[in-house]
Design a protein. Structure first.
Length: 437
């Protein structure tokens, strides 16, 4: 998802399911019913450089919708650090928006509450049909075998961004394709107050995204086929250790990155303090921070050297933003019209160009803008080598428990404490104990 959510609250979603199905969300202030909807409330996630930028971008588009439909949309842009808490509170209180953005990794967890509209065939037909959307994007909209709880809005994947001048000054001709190459390049770049790689060690969601991918490369999932946590498997332990070792062992990440949780690694990249960063669609943020497009390059996220198993060449989670409707909205028809507008071919081109993401609507992907070098890497990754995070009801707890464990290991590395296989396994065992039984 975009803007790499900061710490999500540890919430027992399964306990919410019993109450949320009865209370849902919807416009607390009214404004019209299905016969003549006059207004809708919309919680948008923070996609751009800041909330004010999002308001400017989205309000221009919402005016178009009002002109077309006669429905006024009351917009609130919610920071990622608050969004999951706000949504979970709305599912129990009934005081929520009509339409909202969710991180696609939350889809199954929020689906389990019963508070979101099911996107069955009739609902999809109301917005032009399910076939308009890329299969990989719909796969991250809810648990397998169930009607999705959301509709894909912005699709994203991870890429490796690198500073061309810093690479040239260090005599590095091309970006690394394997982790061994990344570490070797990072060591050459880490000198004189600059560092090879940036990280967000206190950002729980970012931690999960990175160790999930490394886990896939080590042949591990964090849940088994029955949905039971397997956090202490050898592959999961190796993945977490490899990630934290970028600081603890390889010394290519600055110790201060252990405290980063608000996209400070992008600031460091834009100002030449770090030479590489793993991120989702960072172009608009770099531009907002004064970096020129020709100053940076983009490449696929590295994979292990010499791995013949294509499953181990996964190099991104399927990232993105979905749009949902609260099941108990008083303006269901208006909400569906709004989702149809936001996922129309034209709006998909406009919004995804603006945010540097990839349209999940297949027709919009054909726009030449999404063939630019950076977007091509993101699009190819989504199509060929990205995997969705576990679509289990406990996904949000997984993010919090394991993300916090990794945060603690980053803190150990920054303080000079040893990060060993045993300490990693112990941290993950503690995280697994925190999961619902």
């Amino acid at each position: 998802m975009r803007r790499l959510r900061a710490a999500a609250a540890f919430a027992t979603v399964t306990a919410l399911a019993a109450t949320a199905s009865a209370c849902g969300g919807g416009s607390a202030t009214g404004g019209g019913g299905n016969d003549s909807p006059k207004s809708l409330t919309y919680w948008a996630s923070n996609q751009g450089p800041n909330i004010e930028a999002d308001k400017k971008i989205l309000n221009a588009e919402l005016k178009k919708f009002e002109q077309q439909s006669g429905i006024k949309v009351k917009l609130e842009v919610v920071p990622w650090s608050d969004l999951l808490n706000r949504i979970l509170a709305a599912t129990t209180s009934g005081q929520g928006p009509d339409v909202l953005n969710i991180g696609n990794t939350w889809s199954a967890s929020l689906q389990a509450t019963g508070a979101l509209l099911r996107w069955d065939r009739a609902a999809f037909d109301a917005i032009g049909g399910r076939a308009r959307f890329a299969d990989s994007a719909v796969a991250a909209a809810g648990a397998p075998g169930k009607d999705p709880a959301a509709v894909p809005l912005y699709s994203l994947s991870y890429a490796l961004y690198y500073n061309k001048k810093m690479f040239a000054d260090a005599g590095i001709a091309k970006p690394p394709a394997t982790w061994d190459e990344l570490v070797a390049d990072g060591k050459r770049l880490s000198k004189g107050g600059t560092w090879g790689l940036g990280a967000e060690g206190a950002n729980l969601a970012n931690n999960i995204h990175q160790v999930f991918v490394l886990g896939k490369q080590h042949g591990a999932d964090f849940f088994d086929a029955a949905g039971k946590p397997t956090f202490t498997s050898d592959g999961a332990v190796a993945a977490v250790k490899q990630y934290v070792d970028f600081m603890a062992k390889d010394r290519i990440v600055a110790p201060g990155n252990a405290e980063y949780a608000q996209n400070q690694s992008l600031r460091d990249f834009s100002t030449g303090r770090t030479a590489m960063v793993l991120w989702q669609a960072a172009a608009s943020t770099f531009a907002a921070q004064g970096m020129k497009p020709e100053e940076w390059g983009v490449a696929p996220v590295p994979v292990p050297a010499g791995t013949p198993d294509t499953a181990r060449n996964v190099n991104s989670m399927v990232a993105g933003i979905n749009i949902s409707v609260f099941k108990n909205t008083r303006n269901r028809d208006g909400a569906l019209k709004f989702v149809k507008f936001m996922t129309s071919d034209e709006e998909q081109k406009i919004l995804n160009k603006t945010y540097g993401s990839i349209p999940p609507v297949k027709a919009a992907q054909q726009d030449p803008a999404f063939g630019a070098p950076d977007n091509s890497v993101l699009k190819d990754t989504l199509l060929k080598s990205a995997a969705p995070l576990p679509q289990v009801p406990e996904e949000s707890q997984f993010e919090t428990a394991v993300g916090t464990a990794v945060k603690g290991l980053w803190a150990d590395a920054a303080a000079g404490r040893a990060v060993t296989t045993e300490s990693v396994r112990a941290a993950l065992a503690k995280a697994q104990q925190q999961m619902p039984k």
